[in-house]
Design a protein. Structure first.
Lengths: 338, 309
């Protein structure tokens, strides 16, 4: 396989994956608000309406509950819909069809029906306030029958979308407002990224920093900040939240001896605690700590938003604290709320 | 199913089946449809094998009317592996798409938008069959109905909305649950073909359902049929009955099955001996379904993680 790469923006990588899968599989179609001639809220479907028309790039009214249910019904009937929920906060409106119906359909019918659908939604804070900023992926990780992925780069945005559109059950694909305009290399050849695989983005010896989505960029920045101080931080990108790649995560923490989890969602019942528990079940307890958005709604106020959401400075502080912690103990390392 | 005697046979089967199930100590949590048989049977009479029916959780009558095997259905309701879904769906979620019963979804109003998705898929695939969603008056205040009515109308989906208005949502009366004069007025607001029909008259339901299905089948867009019926049992096998004995006795006088028998006997299409033979036949079939279910084992506990993903 060729290793030739091409440069593109995150939003273009999404569009390319959808275009290729729609071309290969006439059963794939897109529905959601502003996905048609408008090309998606972040232009992530640019050009697809011209190629595939209104039947397969199907605009819907503002009606998340019905859009999710229609996607589930079409999926159960042999199609492979990609339903777009503009912001992750609005997924709550469609949870019945997704969680009570689609995620359970294979189980409850003993395999007679399945719902191969992709819910693409956009998470994260960027000035839009308390009901347009949330990262609720941890809620979804606990739903049996649901797969959850969250790319951090154009290559993964492309590869995970391809895999999502070939999966045989419901997938939640989470992108991020701040990632759409970011560029990166993407393989020229078709390159699906498998689910259940985490990736080491930066190697290190002292601490494993496990994160996903936009926070991978924050993690890399923090790792760079503490490098000059002699702290070697490994950054692991989950990519796939359900299923989790416990083998890669455990191997990393076994090497470094310490774990810091970082997420833009809440830490209570968050991705981080699940990651830590699953790793420690396998390799025994290690010193660890977790960072997430502070336990408050994320305001559109720029000062309050910045104070709420994790940043590289806060992560670097946690890395210093954790790296200074002796490896002989296994206690949770307390962080000061900043 | 245009033969009135066949329709009566189907209604008697639903009643006998549910009575047989309800008489069991281990019947589990069930939502029965006694009093609503004419809705299920009249509706099924208007559908063909290429059509699909989806329902809420009150699914037993509609599933039988659609042709789901009584033995497999009973096994499903009692949690046995010979059930339509290996006994893991129950009446709330059973599915037998090969018989045109796409499935139940026991979250009130939850299956309405799913049905629209099935309808969209059929149209995109060029499949001529139509899709019917059957729901109770209890679903008529829920958001997904309104969203789906709008989108089905915008997209002119091959979808027939059928409201089985049995006038009670657990304890809440239809008048307390929906502000419209007729629930089918909701369909009219979106430009749908609409009709209110006496849901205790199986012939009337069959004629109206046939007209509604024909409208949808011809590509004229969705339709909304409201069937006024009665519920002769409490909401579920575990719910308290909210009505007095006198009220229930008065309702039983309206029984759609006895009404049809009187009609057919009066018209000379049946005589009492033949009617009794039909009743006996229904009881025997229900007992046979129960025997089939009893002969089937429960799933092994090791199956618990099968088919999760």
């Amino acid at each position: 396989m060729s290793s030739e790469q091409t440069r593109m923006f995150f939003r273009e990588a999404v569009s390319r994956a959808v275009r290729e899968e729609m071309t290969d599989n006439p059963r794939v179609f897109v529905l959601g608000q502003d996905v048609g001639s408008f090309g998606g809220s972040y232009r992530e479907f640019d050009g697809l309406y011209k190629l595939f028309g209104p039947e397969r790039m199907r605009d819907t009214p503002v009606a998340e509950a019905a859009a999710m249910g229609i996607a589930a019904g079409a999926a159960a009937s042999g199609f492979h819909p990609l339903v777009v929920i503009t912001y992750m906060d609005f997924m709550m409106i469609g949870f019945d069809a997704l969680i009570n119906y689609a995620a359970k359909l294979r189980y409850k019918t003993a395999g007679r029906l399945t719902a191969p659908m992709v819910v693409k939604t956009t998470a994260g804070a960027q000035g839009q306030g308390v009901a347009h900023s949330q990262c609720i992926e941890a809620w979804l990780m606990s739903v049996p029958g649901l797969k959850v992925v969250a790319p951090s780069s154009p290559a993964d945005a492309y590869g995970l979308m391809k895999t999502a559109l070939r999966s045989d059950g419901p997938v939640v694909y989470i992108d991020h407002k701040r990632l759409f305009p970011t560029p990166g290399n993407v393989p020229v050849a078709e390159a699906p990224v498998p689910f259940g695989q985490a990736f080491i983005r930066r190697e290190g010896r002292d601490v494993s920093l496990v994160t996903h989505s936009y926070m991978v960029r924050v993690a890399l920045e923090a790792a760079q900040m503490v490098e000059a101080e002699g702290i070697s931080c490994e950054v692991v990108d989950l990519c796939s939240l359900a299923p989790l790649d416990i083998a890669t995560l455990s191997a990393s923490v076994a090497r470094t001896g310490r774990l810091l989890t970082l997420e833009e969602g809440q830490t209570t019942c968050g991705v981080g605690v699940e990651v830590a528990a699953r790793i420690f079940e396998r390799i025994g307890p290690k010193p660890w700590s977790r960072i997430g958005t502070l336990p408050a709604p994320v305001s559109s106020n720029p000062v309050l938003e910045a104070a709420c959401v994790p940043n590289a400075g806060r992560v670097a502080e946690a890395l210093r604290s954790l790296a200074g912690h002796p490896l002989t103990t296994s206690s949770f390392v307390t962080q000061e709320a900043s | 199913m245009s033969d009135p005697v066949e329709r009566l046979r189907a209604m008697l089967m639903i009643r006998a089946f549910e009575d047989c199930l309800a008489a069991r100590k281990d019947h589990g949590f069930q939502l029965l449809s006694s009093g609503e048989e004419a809705v299920s049977v009249g509706l099924a009479a208007a559908l063909g094998s290429a059509d699909q029916l989806l329902t809420g959780g009150r699914s037993i009558g509609p599933a039988l009317a659609r042709g789901v095997d009584p033995g497999q259905l009973m096994a499903e309701l009692l949690g046995k592996v010979a059930g339509t879904n290996r006994g893991r769906a129950g009446r709330g979620h059973l599915s037998d798409p090969d018989r045109g019963f796409f499935g139940a979804h026991a979250v009130v109003a939850g299956n309405i938008s799913v049905a629209a998705g099935v309808a969209l898929a059929r149209r995109m695939a060029g499949d001529p069959g139509i899709v019917v969603i059957l729901f109770g008056d209890g679903a008529s205040g829920a958001g997904p109905l309104y969203e789906t009515l709008n989108m089905a109308a915008l997209w002119q989906l091959p979808l027939l909305f059928v409201c089985n208005n049995n006038r009670l949502s657990v304890s809440t009366t239809r008048e307390a649950g929906n502000a419209t004069k007729n629930i089918s007025d909701l369909g009219a607001a979106f430009g749908l073909w609409t009709r209110v029909v006496d849901g205790l008259d199986v012939g009337g339901v069959a004629a109206a359902a046939s007209e509604a299905a024909g409208h949808v089948r011809l590509g004229n867009g969705p339709a909304f049929l409201e069937c006024s019926s009665i519920r002769l049992r409490s909401h579920s096998t575990t719910a308290r009955e909210t009505r007095s004995r006198a009220e229930l006795a008065a309702l039983r006088e309206l029984c759609p099955i006895e009404r049809e028998i009187a009609l057919l006997e009066g018209g000379g299409q049946l005589d009492p001996a033949r009617t009794q033979a039909l009743r006996d036949e229904a009881t025997q079939k229900a007992e046979a379904a129960l025997a089939f279910a009893d002969a089937s084992p429960y799933p092994d506990a090791s199956e618990v993680l099968n088919h999760v993903e």
